[in-house]
Design a protein around this ligand. Structure first.
Ligand code: FEO
Ligand code: CA
Ligand code: CA
Ligand code: CA
Length: 601
């Protein structure tokens, strides 16, 4: 069927023009419409839970959709008319959420509301038919909030370790809450993985150990001040020295079982986890690919000991797959002479930034492979173990995701302005630009296309930037003058044809445009033809893209709209666009991070 001369079911679109950074609009291509599907403060359990940021209590906040949505997936039921939405809530922006606290009691309230607005949401959806926009269902059976206080279970070799024990949990098996949940991935067995990323910002610690320094924990008051509300956020408190070790994991949530404790997987290591994405290999073993989002940090892979089995009756067994197996870190080797890697992005004489790589084992079948580290130490202090084996320092590896059509793995390296700075590592073939403000995307092919492989080939797909103003851009050989400008790639997704979709975080500060979502074909003559699909309002990053091309629908999270504003002088009025500071029939005159659905009109 055709509509206006364009084939349906392919998500055809004419790319939008880049949107200047000050613009407070959500922009979609001609022929598409958008709507906020669920916003910060929308009630998940009862319409009687009213949203008023000035008076919101923590008890109510934990019954509302949380703040700063990041990872998103829409798990559709077979009829296409009901679904389960799963969303991360990475952090909070108290400066625009609340009026300045007038009393110590009000400050205490705001801190507890912030805790309740972290974590994750699971939300039931319904619609009249496929291709039509969804509505969310307050009180649906699956609806759930996971917050900074929800009980979790540790799995894997470090569960119960002395390094994870506290006076409140002497067994070291039941941590409370999840924090800074950034990107994620949906597993082949229907659960959702979520990465605990910048968890150092929540804790005051002694700050003296090598691990504290490597992970960014310090002996200073936190900006959020939670340590004044709950002593476990002050790791100097006797009995809570290990509390920070209980964060920085990949967590797994079963959205179909609202009563099951979510799990923190120690077998996948502890670092600033952006997310984790799983693929099933031909052997049935699964691999999870993971980035540690910090300048000069690493790319990791976990391979399961056991095999995946298809079918719902194997669900509980499949939920154990990430509890036992091997953990590796990546070491890249360029194939061009080092003097040809000039730091400008100019291609070396072989015409490509490319080469081979190896997966260096950190843990094999539950046993440390790193001299001087016990298995528990490798898993709790994974960064230190990876340092010891000489892993390759990357430019902030964020989302790392296998293409379900080809098996190739895509690594979004968002940026690294310190590359080449005094005392820091300079350009390398996999990170070939110094002062890398705009980031790049690496394409990785496992040897034999087997996710268990110990070696891989790689090449750089994109060196991002605005070709009109940035030197050293590269778009897989596609003519730069024909692409949409793109900077700071963060999250990646794939459509049913295996095209890459990239969402960005940081374009306003680099190329002067609002962040957005971009399609990148990977095959044939269109390979590298970056085309912008949508743009988010000022101050926001674009997260959690979900691309359902057969349905002609796209979903994104609009995270931290108006982040740099302040209460009462908001820089964004997204998504309701009503007068500042007013509540109007459920609409709020201040920015509300939201999951947005886009559909073909
Ligand atoms: Fe939370 Fe690395 O972005
Ligand atoms: Ca090369
Ligand atoms: Ca991110
Ligand atoms: Ca992704």
């Amino acid at each position: 069927a055709h509509d206006g001369g364009r084939p349906r079911g392919r998500l055809g679109f004419r790319p939008i023009a880049p949107v200047p950074a000050a613009t407070d609009s959500f922009v979609v291509p001609d022929g598409y419409r958008w709507q906020a599907l669920v916003r910060w403060g929308d009630p998940l359990f009862s319409a009687r839970d009213t949203f008023d940021p000035a008076t919101l209590t923590p008890e109510v906040a934990e019954r509302l959709f949380g703040y700063n949505c990041d990872y998103v997936d829409v798990l559709e039921d077979p009829d296409g008319r009901s679904a389960t939405l799963v969303v991360n809530h990475e952090y909070t922006n108290e400066n625009i959420m609340f009026p300045p606290a007038a009393t110590p009691e009000d400050l205490d309230r705001q801190r507890r509301v912030a805790m309740a607005s972290h974590g994750m949401s699971v939300v039931g959806l319904y619609r009249s038919r496929k291709g039509k926009p969804w509505a969310y269902r307050p009180g649906a059976r699956v609806n759930r909030r996971i917050t900074a206080s929800t009980p979790f279970t540790f799995s894997g070799p470090a569960a119960g370790s002395a390094l994870l024990q506290t006076s409140a949990d002497p067994a070291g098996r039941t941590p409370l809450g999840t924090l800074n949940n950034c990107a994620g991935g949906t597993t082949p067995w229907g659960t959702v993985l979520s990465g605990e990323e910048n968890v150092n910002q929540y804790f005051r610690t002694a700050g003296t150990s090598a691990a504290d320094k490597r992970y960014g924990f310090a002996d200073k008051a936190t900006t959020r001040g939670w340590e004044a509300v709950d002593p476990r956020f002050d790791a100097r408190t006797p009995g809570f020295e290990n509390e920070p070790h209980r964060f920085g994991w990949v967590v797994e949530v079963d959205p179909q079982d609202p009563t099951a404790a979510p799990v923190k997987h120690t077998a996948l290591g502890r670092f600033k986890h952006e997310g984790a994405n799983v693929i099933v290999g031909r052997s049935g073993h699964v691999a999870a690919y993971m980035g540690d989002d910090e300048r000069f940090d690493y790319l990791y892979k976990f391979v399961s000991k056991d095999r995946y089995r298809a079918g719902g009756r194997h669900r509980e067994k499949n939920k154990q797959l990430l509890s036992a197996g091997n953990l590796y870190v990546a070491r890249f080797h360029g194939d061009s002479p080092v003097e040809e890697i000039t730091g400008t992005g100019a291609l070396p004489s072989d015409g490509a930034f490319d080469g081979t790589g190896e997966w260096v084992p950190l843990v094999l079948d539950g046993v440390s492979q790193v001299p001087g580290f016990s298995t528990e130490e490798v898993l709790v202090f994974t960064r230190l173990a990876a340092d010891a084996v000489g892993a390759t320092k990357m430019d902030r590896p964020e989302d790392v995701e296998p293409n379900p059509v080809t098996g190739r793995v895509y690594v979004a390296c968002t940026n690294n302005t310190d590359r080449g700075a005094a005392g820091k590592e300079g350009a390398t073939e996999p990170n070939p630009r110094v002062t890398n403000r705009n980031g790049h995307v690496v394409e990785l092919t496992e040897s034999g296309n087997d996710p268990r492989s110990l070696t891989f080939g790689w090449s750089i797909l994109l060196l991002c930037g605005d070709p009109a103003t940035t030197t050293g851009t590269y778009f897989a050989g596609f003519p730069p003058e024909k692409v949409s400008p793109i900077s700071c790639p963060d999250n990646v997704a794939f459509d049913s044809a295996g095209n890459l979709w990239v969402s960005t975080d940081g374009q306003p500060g680099t190329i002067g445009y609002c962040d957005g979502l971009f399609k990148v074909p990977l095959e044939g003559r269109e390979r590298g033809h970056v085309q912008q699909f949508l743009s988010v309002p000022r101050g926001a990053e674009t997260c959690g893209p979900v691309v359902r091309d057969r349905d002609e629908m796209v979903y994104v999270a609009v995270q931290h709209p108006g982040e740099d504003g302040q209460w009462g002088a908001q820089q964004s009025f997204f998504p309701d666009y009503v007068a500042a500071g007013t509540l109007d029939g459920g609409r709020w005159g201040g920015p509300r991070p939201s999951v947005v659905q886009v559909w073909r009109d």
